[in-house]
Write a protein that binds this ligand. Structure first.
Ligand code: PGA
Ligand code: ZN
Length: 422
């Protein structure tokens, strides 16, 4: 029996310098696994809630209560359980928490534990995590979406759009996708430098968005692709995360940079013009999380042209994915394990997406660490796509580099034409 012997939890620090939860799971065999919770900044209202200490220290963001919950409540509940029964372990934690949004023990405590259990199980079988997850299934390295400019909540709202990303649609391997993206990233930095607009990077490592308006950001991204020697739309295409819940509510959308306000229809029209003008292949959260009618209207108008991704809109929730599929409110899901709270729930959201014929993108958060679990999930579950942030800062590069190591094991790559439409 490969049973859980002991859990150790501690407060460590994330890429923004805020506390987060790390959990080690030790088995009776001596094998162990570790998980570290990430943290979002533009969070959906339906996601699992992080437990933070409050009070004066470190702006109330300590996680010592979450750590204590792991040690005092989760550890005794999991002791003696088979490490291979991830579903039972996750269910045990969900029931122990007892709230609909994981607010008592904290989604951060649950996700770190859930990931640590998964790593311990893989370690017990002496398989790399992706291979443990894949089992007998044939799997592929995911197609990456990589940020070039960061905006929205990750850059003090300097521009409204949150992520201006590229997808190396011409890449034949993960390593080549990274090479092409690296070239575009540095070309973009050079352009900003020449304009006297190089002002460091945003939270996920994308260049700080010194632009007069959102379209200038899009124009600059196209210039960067060209300057790197690639044909926009052919070799390298654009993916956007509008993260519209951050500036839209009750069907009104205020673009601060341009001092304009749109209704839902107006924002749809603007995005359709962008799809027409720029080589865009994917748009995430085009409308706000409370605007189902807008999402449905946009998917009707653009769903055959581009991938439409629900992040805040679906919050890695299988039921919400199934409803969105019925209503045709998007055609792809973003999968963030800490939005759901556990690995099992994340996988359920993926299964709901696959059943609906949706695309799936496993994603990091804007607050990250050296934890590389998501790369193994994206590969081992054969999700098809991976979103990690930009092409600098080690909490991002740790994940891209892990994918390079996995690709070395002779895995095929998910070429863009097999997962993207348009
Ligand atoms: P977050 O944003 O991690 O700050 O919530 C990431 C995203 O919206 O994809
Ligand atoms: Zn998003």
């Amino acid at each position: 029996m490969s049973t859980i012997e002991k859990l150790t939890a501690r407060q460590v620090w994330d890429s923004r310098g805020w506390p987060t939860v790390e959990v080690d799971v030790h088995l009776n065999s001596g094998a162990y696994g570790r998980g570290i919770a990430p943290a979002g900044a533009s969070r959906g209202m339906h996601e699992a809630v992080e437990l933070r200490d409050g009070g004066a220290a470190i702006c109330g963001k300590g996680v010592l209560k979450a750590v204590a919950g792991v040690m005092q409540e989760i550890a005794p509940a999991l002791k003696g359980k088979s490490v291979f029964d991830q579903a039972l372990i996750d269910k045990t934690m969900i029931e122990l928490d007892g709230t609909p949004n994981r607010s008592r023990l904290g989604g951060n405590a649950l996700v770190a534990t859930s990931m640590a259990v998964l790593h311990a199980a893989a370690a017990e079988t002496r398989l790399p995590l992706w291979k443990y997850l894949a089992g007998e299934n044939a799997v592929r390295l995911p197609l990456p979406q990589i940020q070039i400019f960061g905006g929205g909540a990750h850059a003090s709202r300097r521009i409204d759009i949150q992520d201006l990303m590229v997808i190396a649609t011409g890449a034949k391997s993960f390593a080549q996708a990274l090479m092409m993206t690296g070239e575009v990233y540095h070309a973009a930095g050079k352009i900003m430098e020449e304009r006297g607009h190089l002002q460091g990077v945003a939270d996920e490592g994308g260049w700080w968005p010194v632009f007069d308006n959102n379209e200038q950001a899009l124009d600059t991204l196209v210039r960067a692709i060209e300057r790197a020697g690639y044909t926009p739309g052919q070799d390298v295409a654009i993916a956007l995360d509008i993260a519209a819940s951050e500036f839209g509510k009750d069907g009104r959308y205020k673009l601060a940079l341009e001092s304009v306000e749109y209704d839902s229809h107006g924002l749809c029209e603007l995005l359709l013009r962008w799809i027409d003008r720029y080589p865009i292949v994917s748009i995430e959260d085009p409308l706000a999380e409370d605007d189902a009618a807008g999402m449905i209207a946009f998917t009707k108008a653009a769903g055959h042209l581009v991938q439409i991704v629900g992040d805040d809109y679906l919050v890695t929730n299988a039921k919400r994915v199934a409803t969105a599929a019925e209503q045709k409110a998007c055609n792809a899901v973003l999968l963030k394990p800490n939005q759901a709270g556990t690995i099992t729930e994340t996988q359920e959201a993926l299964k709901a997406a696959q059943a609906a014929g949706f695309g799936a993108i496993v994603s990091a958060r804007s607050g990250e660490t050296e934890d590389v679990t998501i790369v193994h999930l994206a590969t081992g579950w054969n999700a098809g796509q991976l979103k990690v942030g930009s092409f600098c800062r080690s909490e991002r590069m740790a994940k891209w580099n892990e994918a390079i190591r996995i690709e070395e094991q002779a895995l095929p790559f998910t070429v863009a034409s097999s997962v993207l439409r348009g």
